[in-house]
Ligand binder design. Structure first.
Ligand code: GUN
Length: 305
C-alpha cells in the first residue's frame, strides 16, 4: 500500500483564498485593511527568504505588509522601542519578530514585549498559557497548519493516539496542546525517550519535529497511520553533482525517511510541499483573527484552532 500524499501547497493556497475573501469583505465594510508587521534583525539568508515570502503573500491576500529591517548590531533598547511602537499602531494587527535573533538580544524579552493580542506567532507567554489552559489564544502557525491538515484528512481527531516527536516551544509543545484540545491521547517523545520507535509505532498520528534528517523510519509507523513531517533539513546530495566550488549540491529532506514510510503510512506530508507552505498561510489566518478580535467582529470559521 502506498500512502496518500497530503498536498500542503494546495491546502495552503485554499487557506490563503479563504483569508483573501474575508479580507476583501471586511475591508470594504470597515475601511481599514488588516496589517502585519514583520521585524527582521540582521542578514541571515534563510530569514531573509522567509520574510520576503511573508511580505509577498501578505500583500497577495489584500493585507498591508510593514517590513522593518534592522542591522545585526541593533541594540535591545532600539528593538524593544520598535515593538512598543508597533503595539501602539492602529494599522498593525499582527507583529512577528523573525527568529533567531542575533545572540546579544534576549528573544524571550523581545517576544514578551509584543502585545499578546498582536502576537500572531503565538509565542508570547500569555498566549502559551492561554493555549495550555484551553482559553482563547493565538496558536503558533506551524502547529496550527499541522492541525488543519490533520482535521482535513481525518475529520474528528477525538480518541486517536497522537505522538509528537520533539519538544520545542515553537512546534512540539504547542502541537501537543492543540492535539489534546482536539481530544487526542497525546505523547511527547524526544531524544531521551526509551524505545522511541515502539512509542511512535503505537500512534494513529505521528508529528515529526525533531530537526534530524530522515530519522523516522518505516518501523516507527503503524500501518495506516497519518504522518506529518515538520522537518526541513538541508543535506548533501552528491548524486546531484557538485557546485562551482567543488562541494556537493544539497537537497531538502524532512525528519521522515519519506520513501520507506510512504509504503506503510495511510497518509503523509511531503518535504518540501507539506507543512512548510501551511506556516505562512496560518500566519495570515492569525493576522485576520487578530484583526477580527481587535474590531469585535466574529472570528473566521475554520481558520483558528
Ligand atoms: N523563524 C523560523 N520560523 C519562524 C516562525 O514561524 N516565526 C518566527 N518569528 N521566526 C521564525
Amino acid at each position: 500500500m502506498s500512502a496518500k500524499v497530503i498536498d500542503g501547497k494546495a491546502f495552503a493556497a485554499k487557506v490563503r483564498e479563504q483569508v483573501a475573501e474575508h479580507v476583501q469583505t471586511l475591508t470594504s465594510k470597515h475601511g481599514v485593511k488588516p496589517g502585519l508587521a514583520v521585524v527582521l534583525v540582521g542578514e541571515d539568508p534563510a530569514s531573509q527568504v522567509y520574510v520576503r515570502n511573508k511580505g509577498k503573500q501578505t500583500v497577495e491576500v489584500g493585507m498591508n505588509s510593514f517590513e522593518h529591517r534592522l542591522p545585526a548590531d541593533t541594540s535591545e533598547e532600539t528593538l524593544i522601542g520598535l515593538v512598543r511602537q508597533l503595539n501602539e499602531s492602529p494599522d498593525v494587527h499582527g507583529i512577528l519578530v523573525q527568529l533567531p535573533l542575533p545572540s546579544h538580544l534576549d528573544s524571550d524579552l523581545v517576544i514578551n514585549t509584543i502585545a499578546p493580542e498582536k502576537d500572531v506567532d503565538g509565542f508570547h507567554i500569555s498566549n502559551v498559557g492561554l493555549l495550555g489552559t484551553g482559553q482563547k489564544s493565538m496558536a503558533p502557525c506551524t502547529p496550527l497548519g499541522c492541525l488543519m491538515m490533520l482535521r482535513e484528512e481525518l475529520g474528528s481527531l477525538s480518541g486517536l493516539n497522537a505522538v509528537v516527536l520533539g519538544r520545542s516551544n515553537i512546534v512540539g509543545k504547542p502541537m501537543a496542546q492543540l492535539l489534546l484540545r482536539d481530544s487526542c491521547t497525546v505523547t511527547i517523545a524526544h531524544s531521551r525517550t526509551k524505545d522511541i520507535e515502539a512509542v511512535s509505532a503505537a500512534a494513529d498520528i505521528v508529528v515529526a519535529a525533531v530537526g534530524r534528517p530522515e530519522m523516522v523510519k518505516a518501523n516507527w509507523i503503524k500501518p495506516g497511520a497519518t504522518v506529518i513531517d515538520v522537518g526541513i533539513n538541508r543535506v548533501d546530495a552528491p548524486e546531484l553533482g557538485t557546485k562551482e566550488d567543488g562541494s556537493p549540491k544539497t537537497r531538502i529532506v524532512g525528519d521522515v525517511a519519506y520513501d520507506e514510510v510512504a509504503k506503510v503510512a495511510g497518509a503523509i506530508t511531503p518535504v518540501p510541499g507539506g507543512v512548510g507552505p501551511m506556516t505562512i498561510a496560518c500566519l495570515l489566518a492569525n493576522t485576520l483573527t487578530a484583526y477580527c478580535r481587535a474590531n469585535d467582529l466574529p472570528e473566521p470559521t475554520g481558520l483558528t484552532a
